[in-house]
Design a protein around this ligand. Structure first.
Ligand SMILES: Cc1cc2nc3c(=O)[nH]c(=O)nc-3n(C[C@H](O)[C@H](O)[C@H](O)COP(=O)(O)O)c2cc1C
Length: 236
């Protein structure tokens, strides 16, 4: 059901929400959020992490989403991969979110604030400006080896979604290689942050939406392949 969401638009529209309406969660809200959580697919873990909602109000949010997770690079990447799919599914349900490393609930590397977005206040505007959250590296910077001459529109769209991924302090610690019209490689060293998984999630949901299916494979530490078969395009 979730694969029918317009992930390409969601990825482009998403930005961190740092101002929220005063909105205590109802049982219906909790069910809605649980559905967004259930829509995520894991990367390397065999099952979805045990995502929980803590009743905390950071920046005025309604709750904070987190899961217990180990601290190895692979575990952090899976945390980001699952968390970002949930963030996008929540946005489709009109929830605002912000990845937040300043609050680490027991056993979690960072958390995700969740709430109904409000008009940004001064604090939100200042933090947003300081993090330069609306800026991103150029496509030339993140694809240093350049495009293949015959790079299809689909590759470019997947790269664009990966480029727009949020990262801690907006460092964007990744580069991309175009391997073929059906495959890119994402490389990065994200240290103690789940950033690389977030980037992979953006690429995967975009390829899955446009091509019908996508596969993410670990090649090496900090190196992942995202590939797809563009069966839908060939039929058109
Ligand atoms: C893992 C991670 C941790 C983050 N931690 C914080 C944080 O502690 N405080 C904060 O205000 N923003 C935090 N952010 C939000 C980033 O600053 C933001 O995603 C980035 O600047 C890009 O802006 P955008 O999300 O509005 O596109 C975090 C983002 C990520 C991915």
């Amino acid at each position: 059901m979730e694969t029918q969401l317009n992930y390409v638009s969601l990825v482009r529209d998403r930005h961190s929400t740092r101002s929220y309406e005063l909105h205590p969660l109802t049982d219906a809200d909790r069910k809605d959020i649980a559905q967004a959580i259930a829509s995520a697919v894991p990367l390397t873990a065999t099952s979805l992490l045990d995502w929980r909602l803590a009743d905390k109000s950071i920046m005025g949010c309604s709750a904070v989403l987190y899961a217990e997770c180990g601290s190895s690079a692979d575990e952090l990447i899976d945390y980001g991969y699952q968390g970002q799919q949930i963030v996008l599914a929540l946005l489709a349900r009109e929830w605002g979110t912000c990845w937040y490393y300043q609050v680490r609930l027991p056993g979690s590397p960072c958390s995700i604030t969740v709430g109904r977005p409000a008009t940004p206040g001064l604090r939100s505007a200042v933090v947003g400006a300081l993090s330069r959250g609306h800026t991103r590296k150029t496509i030339e910077q993140v694809v240093p080896e350049g495009m293949l001459q015959d790079s299809a529109a689909l590759v470019r769209t997947v790269l664009e979604s990966a480029r727009l991924a949020p990262s801690a302090m907006n460092r964007q610690p990744w580069t991309f290689k175009v391997i073929s019209p059906n495959q890119i490689v994402v490389q990065g060293n994200t240290g103690r942050f789940p950033d690389l998984g977030i980037c992979l999630a953006n690429a995967m949901v975009t390829a899955r939406q446009l091509a019908g299916a996508a596969t993410v494979t670990r090649l090496d530490t900090g190196e992942y392949s995202v590939s797809w078969q563009d069966t839908r395009l060939r039929k058109d």
